[in-house]
Write a protein that binds this ligand. Sequence first.
Ligand SMILES: [Zn+2]
Ligand SMILES: [Zn+2]
Length: 260
Amino acid sequence: MLSDNHMHTQYCPHGSDASMEEYVKAAIGKGLKELTFTEHAPLVIDDPTPENDSAMSREDVEAYINEGKELKEKYRDQVTINIGFEIDYIEGKEEETLEFLKKHSDLVPHSILSVHMIRLSSGEYFCIDYDKDAFLEKISEVGYDTLVSKYEDTLYKALSNPYGELTPKTIGHITLINKFEKAYDQIDTIDWVSVLEYIKEKGYQMDYNFAGLDKPYHEQTYPPEPLVKKAIDLAIPLRFGSDAHHPDEVGRYFERSLKK
Ligand SMILES: [Zn+2]
Ligand SMILES: [Zn+2]
């Protein structure tokens, strides 16, 4: 496995200050032949998290792309560098997201589409992976079943080509809803095999995301191994991702992968 296709940068406000170049050097040091920067694209809604730190700011987009392009050139003999975004699928804001994608259509092939935000019946958006206490609080407020079924519903929408030809065709960390699963008793009711079949049917690639191994209430990849095996059986293309928010995390745990 020689390619890390889910990496963040100093433009991410919840990441580290390490420069993009440090990520490139880390990738080369690990023997990777290819890497893809997928910074969180600016949110098209007001950030619902307490620190407002979910995504890069609009003002930084150009600098991010230019820095990526310069590094691509500088390191061309050592590693292939791609530039994309991690795009949030935000229910109800498809047009605004499409506008952004139109402006950056050349980056769409290397981008990932992820669900971090779900829209609750109150109209309020909730970030599912912000922190454990916020998640537990939301369970007690709206009920676990409501949260999970809303996530499932949102994931299916993200998988239905919501932006037509400009839809990023890699789905991010599909089981992110289970990030804090060791902190509560419920077992999720999502039929994950059906989700995988839908991924296949719609022609998406899947983010095989190793960040979950470092999450104390998860300690598994996104998705977990049995589902990765099923995805391999279904011939869903896997796209390896460390989801690094620090250079030390580049290529993390790839040696444990089920697919070489
Ligand atoms: Zn992030
Ligand atoms: Zn993500």
